[in-house]
Design a protein around this ligand. Structure first.
Ligand code: AKG
Ligand code: FE2
Length: 331
């Protein structure tokens, strides 16, 4: 029984039970080669299905996003976070939305404390007034729009493989994540975890990102080699979680299934708990940047699996509940 019965979604109930340190264990994170996608789609779909039904976490290689575009996106993200606080505050996240800048504002239901990070979220239809100007950050908007689209394309390739295996049309998820729709709500997030170089002992007791599963269908995460800390716990072993480090690898995009796709697949595809731990004192203590892209179905998409295990819910209602739970004090 959760200590926080006010959360209605089972996914949120679970998050309240998993905030402790837990134990660590080594596990293999599946690695999947996406090269020659058009010709190898069947084999790729098999590998993705196996990884997503068993572990829910995997890394893809030869994914089609050029490394120089990833490097450029990280460089521009770093420039954004280097802006003065007052300037970033001019692009602050509006309550209830998934767009704009926030500073230590996300409180995970698992921990009840703010993640030690700042982030800037790009949800394309909601960006009016939120882009840094060309004087503040020349080239920022163009670079991020390009990177957003590159991630969307990769996400749709992966989701198309799941669609086929679930018995939907191959472009089922592409239609449900249509970027031309005003209801588009997939989100590119830039995250800056603060340097721990001058941190106090008490700061080390917090989390860079508290344990959670993602709200979306599929997350594509870009990390920088040398800036580790991501840990996963497959299988939702929420009562005795054992965590596995996922070291950043050049050439890899780290992927995980989110709760929206778990519902949409009648629980066949597994969303996976993960978190970002603090570095230990003997590890790299500098800042950490990461760039996740969240494939979140358009607001008007109706989420219900082929087996109808769950009642239908719109993607808007589903996300609103999750956003509310992450930006308001724990009940
Ligand atoms: O920064 C990371 O490595 C993970 C971030 C994450 O899990 C999230 O934003 O949902
Ligand atoms: Fe996450």
């Amino acid at each position: 029984m959760s200590a926080f019965p006010e959360y209605e979604l089972a996914e949120l109930q679970r998050e309240t039970r998993i905030g402790g340190a837990g134990t660590s264990v080594a596990r293999d994170i599946p690695r999947i080669d996406l090269s020659d996608y058009a010709n190898r789609k069947e084999a790729i779909a098999d590998a993705l299905w196996q990884a997503a039904t068993q572990v829910g976490f995997f890394q893809v290689f030869n994914h089609g996003i050029p490394e120089e575009d990833i490097d450029a996106a990280f460089a521009v993200a770093g420039e954004f976070f280097d802006l003065p606080m007052a300037e970033k505050a001019r692009h602050a996240r509006r309550p209830g939305s998934n767009a704009g800048w926030e500073y230590r504002a996300q409180v995970r239901p698992s921990t009840g404390t703010p993640d030690n990070k700042e982030s800037y979220q790009i949800t394309l239809p909601d960006m009016a007034g939120l882009w840094p100007t060309a004087t503040e950050l020349p080239g920022f908007q163009a670079r991020m729009c390009r990177f957003e689209r590159q991630n969307w394309e990769l996400g749709m390739k992966i989701l198309s493989c799941f669609a086929i295996r679930l018995g939907f049309d191959s472009d089922f998820f592409t239609h449900n994540h249509d970027p031309a729709s005003p209801y588009y709500q997939s989100t590119l997030r830039l995250i800056h975890y603060m340097s721990m170089e001058n941190a106090t002992d008490a700061d080390f007791d917090l989390w860079r990102a508290g344990a959670h599963s993602d709200f979306d269908c599929l997350t594509l995460l870009h990390q920088r080699p040398g800036q580790g800390g991501l840990q996963v716990c497959p299988g939702m072993e929420a009562d005795a979680p054992a965590w596995t480090d996922v070291p950043p690898l050049r050439g890899a995009v780290t992927c995980n299934i989110g709760d929206m796709l778990m519902r949409w697949s009648d629980d066949r595809l597994r969303s996976t708990l993960h978190r970002v731990r603090m570095p230990r004192r003997d590890e790299y203590l500098g800042p950490r940047l990461s760039l996740p892209f969240f494939c979140q179905a358009n607001r008007d998409a109706v989420i219900q699996g082929p087996l109808k295990k769950y009642a239908p819910i719109t993607a808007r209602d589903y996300l609103d509940e999750r956003i509310r739970a992450n930006y308001t004090p724990r009940p």
